[in-house]
Design a protein. Structure first.
Length: 255
């Protein structure tokens, strides 16, 4: 049995998220169907995370097993021919048998885009703001995220995770162009709805509805009801996932 990591990207607009849903299309089911068709047997796929409905990925990683070694370049080409236009595979890479796309990830990076002007070309990929917030204050508040580990206040309620602890490594707002700003956040793991809840609460800071001390108190309360409303999913992108190098098989032949 050979395990592979598959690196892919997708536009999540028409999907109900990554995870298989009983009454809706998902990226996971779409990928599994394509792999099963090409390998001529049922193939299970495990993703590095679970993006919500409408959320996009410039980079998602998943793993699957094959009965025998595969021509990864040929498989990548065939997958891209078979998959719908809004899903694409970058590459398929052999990994060690115990490698796990979700549990072995050392970090994940998300980006959230907001726009202060109307644009028909950005409507599916950014969140329209009708008033320009104070991004400097939002950046000040964002730095507090790296001083905490329990993010219950930004987690979807009644999830099945064992801990709400995460280690945030980076959180910053940067200007992309005259009317577009990007929030980048990197952590070892993320809770369900965490990024969207953080952005919604930071926007309250930027709008003057919440001060820096109040933002810090919300984190300390560990209460989702005290934080801001989650922003829409269409402006959120999963952009990077990191893994230890030792998970990848050595290509050199043994002497």
């Amino acid at each position: 049995m050979q395990r592979y990591f598959i690196y892919l990207c997708y536009d999540g607009t028409t999907y109900h998220g990554w995870q298989i849903q009983p009454n809706g299309s998902s990226i996971q089911a779409t990928l599994m169907q394509a792999l099963s068709t090409l390998l001529r047997r049922p193939v299970e796929v495990t993703g590095a995370g679970r993006t919500d409905a409408g959320v996009h990925a410039r980079l998602m990683v998943a793993h699957f097993d094959a009965d025998a070694p595969l021509d990864t370049a040929l498989l990548t080409d065939k997958l891209n021919r078979l998959l719908p236009p809004d899903v694409a595979v970058y590459q398929v890479v052999p990994v060690r048998p115990e490698a796990h796309a979700r549990f072995d990830a050392t970090y994940r990076t998300y980006e959230y885009y907001v726009s202060t002007s109307k644009s028909p070309f950005r409507r599916h990929y950014s969140y329209r703001l009708f008033r320009t917030p104070d991004f400097a204050a939002m950046n000040h508040a964002a730095q507090l995220l790296m001083q905490h580990t329990d993010f219950t206040s930004f987690s979807k309620l009644h999830t099945d995770v064992k801990t709400n602890n995460c280690r945030v490594m980076h959180a910053e707002w940067t200007q992309v162009d005259a009317s577009t700003w990007r929030f980048t956040i990197q952590a070892d793991r993320f809770l369900r709805n965490m990024v969207r809840a953080i952005v919604g609460t930071l926007l309250q800071v930027g709008q003057g509805k919440l001060n820096i001390e109040g933002f810090n108190e919300i984190i300390l309360k560990r209460d989702r009801c005290s934080a801001g409303t989650s922003v829409p999913g269409e402006a959120l992108f999963l952009v990077d996932i990191g893994y230890p190098q030792e998970l990848f098989e050595q290509q050199e032949k043994e002497v």
